[in-house]
Design a protein. Structure first.
Length: 171
């Protein structure tokens, strides 16, 4: 083969052979060194893309070390990114909101009205209402759970809604 064929890795056959020969060992290198959470397959693919983008500058004799260097740097960057994400997720975001103070006040007032209306329901109404609206249970499930008929469940929920509508505007 002519010498200039091996001066770089831009030939598709040479590139394909590099991928076939090194992709699994690169994947294993990343996986064993950094773990699955940084997505080793993605790092390997990205390294090969960078190799192809730099194929004219990369001689075949340096291709393997180029791939290992790139995949290692990509993995380190991913780790840094994951740390930033984790730090943000652990941050205290409870103080921050996009809601206006008026909205927050209305929400608090509504919640108080809602809690008061719930406490004014009879216990059977409250239980049926909460099982349906909060836990998402169907009328049939509630009936089986409470040992009553489906019609009784419907009556309790309907009664609860009627009482709550009277006590809370806009429900």
């Amino acid at each position: 083969m002519p010498k200039d064929l091996f001066d770089n890795v831009c030939d598709e056959k040479v590139y394909a052979e590099l991928f076939r020969k090194h992709s699994k060992e690169l994947h294993d290198f990343v996986y064993y060194k950094y773990g699955e959470h940084i997505h080793p397959k993605d790092q390997v693919q990205e390294a090969f893309i960078k190799l192809w983008d730099n194929c004219k500058k990369t001689p075949l004799t340096k291709a393997k070390s180029f791939l290992y260097t790139v995949v290692n740097n990509l993995s380190l960057n991913q780790l840094k990114h994951n740390k930033v994400k984790l730090k943000f997720q652990q941050g205290d975001h409870k103080d921050k909101t996009n809601e206006s103070p008026e909205f927050l006040l209305q929400e608090k007032e509504y919640l108080l009205k809602y809690q008061k209306a719930l406490s004014n329901l009879t216990e059977p109404q409250r239980v049926a209402f909460l099982l349906n609206r909060i836990e998402g249970k169907k009328h049939k499930e509630i009936a089986e759970l409470l040992g009553i008929s489906r019609k009784a469940v419907e009556k309790r929920i309907y009664g609860a809604l009627e009482k709550m509508r009277k006590e809370i505007e806009g429900i």
